[in-house]
Write a protein that binds this ligand. Structure first.
Ligand SMILES: Nc1ncnc2c1ncn2[C@@H]1O[C@H](COP(=O)(O)OP(=O)(O)O)[C@@H](O)[C@H]1O
Ligand SMILES: [Mg+2]
Length: 280
């Protein structure tokens, strides 16, 4: 069993989305995976996984002995289980040690346990610090995100292997900052890879259907490559990531072009039926 924590310092950079995407990819590859929502009070992973209605019992209920494992654990799909975070309680009112005991009980049944950490450097991170074997820091396309990833790395220094994922980056004129510049600036953090901005992944995550992302798209391929880099300690050349980002941009343009024609087809159909009504 390997326990991996996804952290960033900054909020909104894609920890939750990537935790779900990595979990889905690992389960698809045949591994037994447990996803743990570590964002007490501000949980979201249940939404992205599309299991909000089932997430009645939480890790905190389990830690307090208010329910059994089978009440709290949600089977998302074969090979992928999910342990929800408390919605009402925040980290400051939760016993980190009790939760660590829960993790000790559950983790041996899985090949991988992924923890979706909260933003910031508080108690939630201390919990992950006690249970995680390795850390993946997620960095978005902003200077603030770079600074926060560096602060988190400093905070965790020397304790665990740390690696970096650049997420939500674009190639070409749409890019606010280049991932190459950001990765170079985060010197000392080994780069696993870059996950491109994907409007499709964003939309499907909102709908709780991330698993429906097109399998041949750049987003899925990037997630798979990042995972391989992480699991096999491989480093792919920058040209590979640049090509992926360019492909993601092309997919985006293609989709934007496809949409108006879809809309005009709908308009044509509406006009046709209006014409038929007038003739009656
Ligand atoms: N690669 C990406 N492409 C498109 N949207 C993304 C990507 N990564 C994250 N997002 C979107 O950004 C928002 C914040 O992501 P989230 O995973 O909730 O961040 P965090 O958990 O770090 O706060 C969500 O709407 C999510 O769908
Ligand atoms: Mg989150």
């Amino acid at each position: 069993m390997k326990c991996i924590a996804l952290a960033s310092g900054k909020g909104g950079v894609g920890k939750t989305l990537l935790t779900a995407a990595f979990g889905l990819a690992l389960a698809e590859a045949g591994h037994a995976v447990l996803l743990v929502d570590g964002d007490m009070g501000l949980r979201n992973l249940d939404l992205v996984l599309g299991v909000s209605e089932k997430a009645a019992r939480t890790s905190w209920d389990l830690a307090q002995g208010k329910c059994f494992e089978e009440d709290a654990l949600i089977s998302v799909r074969p090979g992928l289980d999910f342990l929800p975070a408390s919605e009402k309680e925040e980290w400051k009112t939760i016993s980190r040690h009790a939760l660590c005991t829960v993790m000790e009980d559950l983790a041996p049944a899985y090949d991988y346990v992924l923890i979706d950490c909260p933003a910031g450097l508080g108690k939630g991170l201390r919990f992950a610090e006690e249970v995680a074997d390795e850390w993946i820091l997620v960095m978005g396309p902003s200077q603030a995100s770079l600074r926060d990833a560096e602060r988190t790395a400093e905070w965790l220094k020397g304790r665990r292997p740390l690696s970096l994922v650049c997420n939500n980056f674009r190639a070409g004129p749409g890019a606010a900052v280049s991932w190459e510049a950001m990765a170079d600036a985060a010197d000392g953090l080994p780069l696993l890879g870059v996950v491109p901005h994907s409007a499709e992944a964003d939309r499907l995550a909102q709908e709780g259907r991330l698993a429906d992302c097109r399998p041949d798209g750049a987003f899925r391929e990037a997630v798979g490559l990042v995972l391989r880099a992480f699991l096999h300690h491989a480093a792919y050349p920058r040209s590979r990531w640049q090509a992926l980002l360019r492909r993601a941009e092309e997919e985006q343009v293609f989709r934007q072009e496809a949409r108006p024609s879809g809309a005009s087809a709908l308009l044509r159909r509406q006009r046709r039926s209006a014409f038929r009504w007038r003739r009656r």
